[in-house]
Design a protein around this ligand. Structure first.
Ligand SMILES: C[S@@+](CC[C@H](N)C(=O)[O-])C[C@H]1O[C@@H](n2cnc3c(N)ncnc32)[C@H](O)[C@@H]1O
Length: 238
């Protein structure tokens, strides 16, 4: 009999932000297949007898291609009853959880999803606020390379949403901020970059659309970081 694959969101990093269901599954797991950005205290909760497989990506070391990760999950589900696929944040927010779920279903493997707190929701700002923000968009700054045409319309987002929460935006920060300004968003719009949000080494950098790229370069901020754009950023500075 094949087992079940649980796609578990580990949350942003602080172990206190993992769900109770996620923790229970880590304790019961026979194998855990995990990504980069899952924090050490969360990895420490894994059943000590469980097999662990790291499939993430670090600088200079490429992750397994997505098709191979899905294949690995299918193989493990034929071997074990409780397979945990542990992902940073939420599996369905820029986490390829949808692709893995579809691949498993196609192979006839049972899948259950345990949501996690996405890093963009743990930045410590009210992303909506009755006075300053009625809308929020979670957007990637790094679209899948295999896509032939970009689908993020930065000019439309510049005017179409009050708060923008940009994942994976650090490498293209100069282009993204320029596109937002070209699209009509004021250069004075406040921006905050949150690096390693909720981890002990969390750092924050405040600027504006016009200044943030230079500030990030000067301060040496790198991924993983979340870029929050909008008037809500002022609320935290008060
Ligand atoms: C592949 S995406 C995974 C997102 C994840 N599924 C989620 O819901 O948070 C990785 C990106 O998420 C952001 N990220 C994840 N964890 C973060 C953290 N603790 N602090 C800041 N950014 C984080 C960064 O932009 C990073 O490049």
């Amino acid at each position: 009999m094949t087992g079940t694959v649980y796609l578990v969101g580990a949350g942003p990093g602080d172990p206190g932000l993992l769900t109770l269901k996620g923790k229970m599954l880590l304790e019961l797991a026979e194998v855990v297949i995990y990504d980069a950005l899952v924090s050490p205290p969360i990895l420490a909760m894994i059943n000590p007898q469980a097999e662990r497989v790291f499939v993430g990506k670090y600088r200079g070391w490429h992750s397994l291609p997505q098709a191979q990760i899905t294949e690995l999950l299918v193989t493990k589900a034929r071997e074990y009853q409780t397979v945990v696929r542990l992902k940073a944040g939420d599996p369905f927010i820029f986490g390829r959880g949808g692709e893995e779920e579809a691949g498993l279903q196609e192979a006839g493997i049972a899948v259950q999803v345990v949501p996690g707190i996405s890093a963009g929701l743990a930045v410590g700002f009210p992303l909506t606020h009755r006075q300053v923000s009625s809308s929020v968009v979670l957007v990637t700054g790094h679209e899948a390379v295999e896509k032939s045409e970009a689908s993020v319309n930065w000019a439309a987002l510049a005017q179409g949403a009050d708060t923008l929460v940009i994942y994976m935006g650090m490498h293209r920060l100069a282009q993204i901020t320029a596109a937002l300004m070209r699209g009509g968003r004021a250069g004075e719009t406040p921006v905050c970059v949150v690096q390693w949000g909720t981890w002990p080494q969390e750092r924050r950098l405040f600027g504006t659309l016009a200044t943030i790229h230079d500030l990030v370069t000067q301060a040496g901020f790198t991924a993983p970081a979340m870029v929050v754009v909008g008037e809500v950023v002022r609320l935290q500075r008060l």
